[in-house]
Design a protein around this ligand. Structure first.
Ligand SMILES: *Cc1c(COP(=O)(O)O)cnc(C)c1O
Length: 429
């Protein structure tokens, strides 16, 4: 399609947008009495209007039923989490027994590493991406330290980072595969972010997972920026485990519960180590308070505590919304609106003879909702100007703004208006 950088053209695209009505399902903050142009759904998604109903339901059941709510609420609390299995498994391409919700993202990755990172003197290395999200880096370091104290592995060369080539912003698939082959028999685990949080690069999860398995390693994924954003086929791709937060593209609210995936092939493996608690115990016998742990088959067997229902309620609202829309429609609009934003950025760049650079891959196969823009000349003052004028973006050192048009609630007109504000911001310097 030939795009145009005009208001009329943007409005025409909005008129053709099948997801357009969903913009009204969300609450937008206001700046200067106007709803903001929100580009940070990759950091904290907007609040869906329906969320309050789900939370109120739990508050009312608690008020009216108190402890009886565990069994007699409309959505009883003791198995509240089971309502996620069907819709969430569609979002991540899994069997319903392979997904569950619990805890928060980094906590879940730690717990899954208890099962899937079992280093030995010979096979102990972890492959991750260079400049992984800091929480993941701290997690790897602390896991390696923990095992070094207990099993004598060498912590100093256990973490192997895949580097970008000199002068390049993204990591090449071929470099990941050759690193996996090079580490070979020493490789215990590959754990990478499915979509890089900084550049928005989408990794080829299927190919990387297969490469890890060929050398005998386990392969897990941090899907913080992938869940609700890209097409996932975790079951078919034979991913061993994965976890994601729900507050980014899935709009479940600040710091909210995480989802996780454990492949079916591991469900009957009684030799896997795990940290157990009563919510992972055989649900028919959970309240018999027996001493012997008997894990639920499936991802639910990794649960530990009874669940924070008040935080699951917004996540359930979100999962139902996603189920209604479907990933196919989201992805179609995602690609179209991201391409339109890319076009607008290039147009403005020409008009102001600026020198910003999009560091996200230009190949639509290797990106999703996010474009990361490296500001060679402008920088922090431009970011502040955008914020003051109702454009909410995200600033990352040294000089990058991240822009995520979210298909559920971002309009094409937003893209056009953003371009005009950006241009003013650059020219007024
Ligand atoms: C957002 C994000 C996290 C956040 O972890 P929490 O445990 O939810 O605080 C972790 N990893 C990646 C890659 C992220 O993008």
């Amino acid at each position: 399609m030939n795009f145009k950088n005009t208001l009329e053209f943007a409005q025409q695209l909005d008129a053709q947008d099948s997801l357009r009505s969903y913009q009204n399902e969300f609450i937008f903050p206001q700046v200067n009495n106007q709803k903001v142009i929100y580009f940070t759904g990759n950091s904290l998604g907007l609040q869906p209007k329906r969320t309050k109903t789900y939370v109120d339901e739990v508050m009312n059941d608690w008020a009216n039923l108190a402890v009886e709510g565990h069994f007699y609420a409309d959505k009883p609390w003791w198995d509240y989490h089971e309502r996620f299995a069907a819709p969430l498994s569609k979002i991540v391409g899994a069997l319903s027994s392979e997904v569950t919700v619990m805890n928060t993202l980094t906590v879940n990755l730690h717990l899954l590493m208890v099962s899937f990172y079992r280093p030995t003197a010979k096979r102990y290395k972890i492959i991750c991406e260079e400049k992984a999200f800091p929480s993941d880096q701290y997690m790897f370091q602390s896991q390696v330290q923990f095992h070094a104290q207990n099993s004598g592995i060498n912590p100093n060369d256990a973490i192997v980072e895949i580097k970008r080539r000199e002068g390049e912003h993204n990591i090449r698939l071929e470099d990941i595969i050759s690193k996996i082959n090079e580490v070979g028999e020493e490789l215990a685990l590959v754990l990478i972010g499915g979509v890089n949080y900084y550049t928005g690069q989408v990794f080829d999860i299927k190919t990387i997972t297969a490469a890890g398995h060929r050398v005998g390693a386990k392969v897990g994924w941090d899907l913080a920026h992938a869940a609700g954003n890209i097409k996932l086929e975790l079951h078919d791709w034979e991913v061993d485990f994965a976890a994601w937060c729900s507050y980014k593209y899935m709009n479940s609210g600040p710091g909210n519960a995480s989802g996780c995936f454990v492949h079916q092939k591991h469900h009957n493996d009684s030799t896997l180590s795990r940290f157990a608690g009563w919510w992972g115990h055989n649900k028919e016998r959970r309240f018999k308070m027996e001493p012997q742990f008997d894990p639920v088959h499936g991802a639910d067997g990794w649960q530990i505590s009874n669940l924070p229902i008040l935080s699951l309620a917004p996540y359930l609202a979100s999962v139902h919304l996603f189920d209604e829309v479907g990933m196919e429609a989201l992805i179609a609009k995602r690609d179209h609106i991201t391409s339109y934003l890319e076009f607008i950025l290039h147009e403005i760049d020409k008009e102001v003879e600026s020198t910003f650079e999009i560091i996200t891959p230009s190949n639509p196969e290797e990106r999703a909702s996010q474009l990361s823009v490296f500001l060679h000349g402008e920088g922090r003052s431009l970011f502040d100007y955008l914020m003051k004028n109702g454009v909410i973006t995200d600033w990352r050192e040294p000089n990058v703004i991240r822009l995520a048009p979210v298909p559920l609630y971002t309009s094409y007109e937003d893209m056009y208006r953003f371009g005009q504000i950006l241009k003013q911001g650059i020219l007024q310097k």
